[in-house]
Write a protein that binds this ligand. Structure first.
Ligand code: TXA
Ligand code: MG
Length: 335
């Protein structure tokens, strides 16, 4: 297919562009659009054939379910068979925003959306373009990140085109997304809430609202079954091999690689000195986790396009705020 590209104002999206995108969605076709986390690849969530096009365009394994986006908490009721008190409180506090809740699905949701499973992932996005599109389309929108399977998520329209040009019908270009990493995924279908994917809503923020949250190891150990298929280790990965190192090990490793004649990219922190070695492309990352998240994928996309042989990342500090970054870096460097 020919991919149509429409620019939209990210704060006050033009009614015409939104109407066009809503029409494409309602006709069973694919629309990529910005959310406050990353760009999503949307289809009418109630139309199994339309959702099948998402899987084809992304080359996504059929076992990996997709998130359903709705305009508000009221729109969730017909899609689930339970709406626990915890969901009510979390929705009131964090929606619209980067939190996805896993709940028991109703029969309104086609099998392909949930990969045949008994639960459905739902979120209410905050981005004005996503909100306008949901309102105009009048249907829930199934939307995984708008990248080919296991590649980096897109934070710019150019990233979407790089992976999906000619595979999707329409792309709404609303400029860079602000959050930078994918939503927090929290499973509410069991006895206690379980964190399946760390994101911009931190565990501490969740626990302040619902009490203790089980923190699953987010990288598959290879022995335990993965509760979320998207938790398979290698995911969100650039094509260039990535090595994550503790601060004390970074300088020596870079010197070693440079001595072998390798061109190396480096995600550094401001306080780190630049090694003398030639051929090192340093990117100084922010000291704050949210700011780091906002630029992480764009930096990795850029370094990946630069034809380097290795990307070195200085590991951030431990701690709640940095959990989402550790998770994404571990996946980017998994082999
Ligand atoms: O920020 C985001 O969440 C972005 C934007 C576009 O909304 N979407 C996104 O979707 O990251 P995707 O498909 O790339 O990641 C969805 C994650 C996957 O890890 C998937 O396995 C998990 O959510 N998931 C979806 N449905 C699930 C379910 N029923 N049970 C457990 N995990 C589920
Ligand atoms: Mg994804």
């Amino acid at each position: 297919v020919q991919t149509e590209l429409l620019r939209v104002n990210p704060v006050h999206p033009e009614a015409e562009a939104i109407a066009r995108a809503a029409e494409v969605l309602r006709s069973g076709r694919l629309v990529a659009f910005p959310t406050e986390t990353v760009y999503g690849l949307g289809a009418n969530a109630l139309d199994a054939a339309a959702v099948a096009r998402i899987f084809a365009a992304k080359e996504r394994p059929a076992a990996n379910p997709v998130i359903v986006h709705v305009p508000d908490a009221a729109a969730v009721r017909s899609l689930v068979t339970a709406w626990p008190e915890s969901a009510e409180r979390l929705a009131a506090r964090f929606w619209p925003g980067p939190l996805t809740l896993i709940l028991p699905r109703s029969t309104a949701i086609p099998d392909i959306v949930t990969a045949g499973g008994p639960t459905v992932a739902i979120r209410v996005p905050a981005h004005p373009v996503a909100r306008a599109l949901l309102e105009q389309a009048g249907v829930p929108i199934a939307a995984p990140s708008a990248n080919r399977a296991s590649r980096l998520s897109p934070t710019l329209a150019a990233h979407v085109l790089g992976d999906l040009d000619g595979r999707i019908d329409l792309l709404l270009d609303g400029g860079p997304t602000s959050g930078g990493v994918e939503s927090t995924v929290l499973d509410l279908s069991g006895a206690t809430p379980c964190l399946l994917r760390p994101g911009l809503v931190s565990p501490a923020q969740l626990e302040a609202v619902v009490g203790p949250v089980t923190r699953r190891a987010t990288i598959g150990s290879g022995t335990d079954p993965l509760p979320s298929p998207g938790m398979m280790a290698r995911h969100y990965a650039p094509q260039t091999p990535v090595e994550c190192l503790l601060p004390a090990a970074v300088q020596k490793r870079i010197a070693e690689l440079a001595a072998q004649g390798m061109r190396v990219g480096w995600l550094a922190f401001p306080a780190e000195p630049t090694p003398a070695a030639a051929g090192v492309r340093r990117v100084t990352m922010p000291n704050l986790a949210a700011a780091y998240a906002a630029c992480l994928y764009a930096v990795l996309h850029d370094l990946d396009a630069a034809g380097l042989e290795r990307i070195i990342v200085t590991l951030p500090p431990e701690g709640d705020d940095w959990l989402m970054i550790h998770d994404r870096l571990a996946r980017a460097s998994a082999t």
